[in-house]
Design a protein around this ligand. Structure first.
Ligand SMILES: [Zn+2]
Length: 168
């Protein structure tokens, strides 16, 4: 949540924080943007390509990653409404993975972007930057959020495990 009258300090620069998350901590706006973009760009490195086609599903997740990656020199990034890499939050990735576990329908390794950040962080970033789009939904998203409340950090550690499983 955005809190202007906070007495909390940014955990990176120690100035007054105006953004706070349950699990990820407190940040000032500048540090939050910096860290968010750094994490998004790091995922690009893992894909190891100079040519990105993003699946254009009209989601805020896609618009956010597009706005970050299009600033990178030497990267050719386009959007396609029919095929391409999906941008999903850690929450949606976890929900999708749980669904595959429960239904036994494993769809295999897929390239995805933006899953090292939570949906909450994506919405915060989009609000600051004035980026618009529709919010991705998943039938198991509420369950993932409830798990996160009970076990803080579970969404990120699950998303990380999913990546490690895919590398096997
Ligand atoms: Zn800061």
């Amino acid at each position: 949540m955005l809190d202007k009258s906070s007495d909390k300090l940014c955990q990176k620069c120690r100035k007054q924080a105006n953004i706070s998350f349950n699990y990820q901590g407190n940040y000032c706006k500048n540090c939050f943007i910096h860290i968010f973009e750094k994490r998004a760009r790091k995922e690009l490195k893992q894909l190891n390509t100079k040519q990105i086609i993003l699946l254009d599903d009209g989601s805020i997740e896609t618009e956010v990653i597009f706005s970050i990656l299009k600033q990178i020199k030497g990267l050719n990034i386009t959007k396609d409404s029919k095929k391409g890499i999906r941008a999903t939050s850690a929450d949606i990735l976890t929900a999708t993975f749980l669904e595959q576990l429960f239904t036994g329908q494993y769809i295999g390794k897929q390239d995805i972007l933006l899953n090292s950040v939570s949906q909450e962080e994506i919405l915060m970033y989009a609000a600051i930057k004035g980026i618009k789009g529709k919010i991705q939904h998943h039938p198991l998203l509420d369950a993932v959020k409830q798990l996160e409340q009970k076990y803080p950090g579970s969404t990120f550690s699950t998303a990380k495990s999913i990546h490690e499983l895919q590398e096997l």
